[in-house]
Ligand binder design. Structure first.
Ligand SMILES: O=C(O)CCC(=O)C(=O)O
Ligand SMILES: [Fe+2]
Length: 383
């Protein structure tokens, strides 16, 4: 990776790295949900309404799969630059997939990272990743095993979300993602920074929200991820790394589908400082099919409640987001009312209590016939 000195990527607004007291308060602000507990649905919904982000334990991904992927990915990123480019030639045939270094998207965003970005394809029954054919076989196998497991974990979380929202159909959110052809995996590698490279607080990955429905992140033990609590003046808080847990983000589409009940979370990564080890993170993004209409789910709307957004399809949103910078307010052009101005208490009251919802997706790693969605052609990717 080429060393950079980029003043524009220096971020001094990181008070929590300086104050242990604030760091402790921040850690307490991030909810933890045991996905296997009886109260998980309610806890997931509370976390999504509050922070839009939570730490999930008992997520069902064997630690051996995550550790194997971490080791293979580290070995891959240690290869010479040309080898990494050559090994991702199959994926790179469909931009923006493949290997990337420093550039994030095509609109000038840069970060202190290199990454591998792959589409998981349309067949959630198959573990094979279409663009992975030219990767080292051991990395490909580790990715396929891990992504199979993380897809299941995502499905489980989406079911808990639907249940926590009081929806009749437990699989209503899950089926928007299963087999959508819009599931991605991204492996980010943030090398340690040396004094000559930068000053403390250099941006690893700039501030943004994830545009899809859901993202599930697993990292090694190196810190760097920060989330912004909800509200215009809310602070940024450090997310203590925990390789045994998954971190779940509410994405922009889920905010719209719930008419602002669930909040998409702003997050960013500060590059590892000094002599620390690299940060390695693996993020699964669950997006809907391009033709999927993104609008508040009628079932969630209270009588007389108005949509906060103008309708769009995921294909439209993705194409629009692809033209913007990472930190732009991508939902802004679709807002009919300011979400921050809405009375959150009213929206919370409007959510129904968790019910004994229909279990059409339970214990299923793939979409059932009832969960199949139309798959129109591929359009430009956001991540
Ligand atoms: O690498 C990380 O820890 C987070 C990166 C991220 O937010 C993303 O890839 O969307
Ligand atoms: Fe992200």
């Amino acid at each position: 990776m080429v060393a950079i000195k980029a003043p524009s990527s220096i971020d001094h607004a990181n008070p929590l790295t300086k104050s242990p007291k604030a760091a402790a308060a921040a850690a307490a602000a991030i909810p933890t949900v045991d996905l296997s507990s009886p109260g998980a649905a309610r806890a997931v919904a509370d976390a999504c309404r509050g922070v839009g982000f939570f730490r999930a334990t008992n997520h069902g991904i064997p630690s051996s799969l995550a550790a194997a992927l971490e080791a293979r990915a580290m070995a891959f990123f240690a290869l010479p630059h040309e080898d990494k480019v050559d090994a991702t030639i199959a994926a790179a045939a469909r931009r923006p997939f493949g290997y990337g270094s420093r550039s994030i998207g095509s609109n000038g965003d840069v970060g202190w990272l290199e990454y591998l970005l792959l589409s998981l394809g349309s067949n959630s029954n198959s573990s094979s990743i279409p663009g992975a054919s030219s990767l080292p076989p051991s990395l490909r196998a580790a990715l396929e095993e891990y992504t199979g497991a993380v897809r299941n974990a995502s499905g489980k979380v989406l079911e808990l979300m639907a249940e926590g929202l009081g929806m009749q159909e437990r699989c209503a959110l899950r089926r928007m993602v299963d087999g959508s052809e819009e599931e991605l995996v991204r492996v980010n590698h943030y090398p340690p920074t040396k004094e000559e490279d930068c000053v403390a607080g250099m941006t690893g990955f700039g501030e943004h929200t994830d545009p899809q429905i859901i993202s599930l992140l697993r990292s090694n033990r190196t810190a760097g991820l920060q989330i912004k609590l909800q509200g215009p003046d809310a602070p940024w808080v450090n997310v203590a790394p925990d390789p045994d847990s998954l971190f779940v983000n509410v994405g922009d589409c889920l905010q719209v589908l719930t008419n602002g009940r669930f909040r998409s979370v702003k997050h960013r990564v500060v590059a590892p400082e000094g002599a620390q080890a690299s940060r390695l993170s693996v993020i699964y993004f669950g997006g809907p099919a391009p033709a999927q209409r993104i609008a508040p789910l009628p079932e969630l709307m209270r009588e007389g409640e108005q949509s906060l957004y103008r309708d769009f399809t995921w294909g439209e949103y993705k194409a629009a987001a692809y033209k913007t910078r990472l930190g732009d307010n991508r939902l802004g052009p679709y807002e009919l009312r300011n979400v921050a101005d809405t009375n959150p208490t009213a929206l919370i009251t409007a959510s129904k209590e968790p019910t004994a919802a229909d279990h059409c997706c339970s214990n299923s790693s793939s979409s059932s016939a009832a969960c199949v969605v139309v798959q129109p052609p591929h359009v430009a990717q956001v991540h």
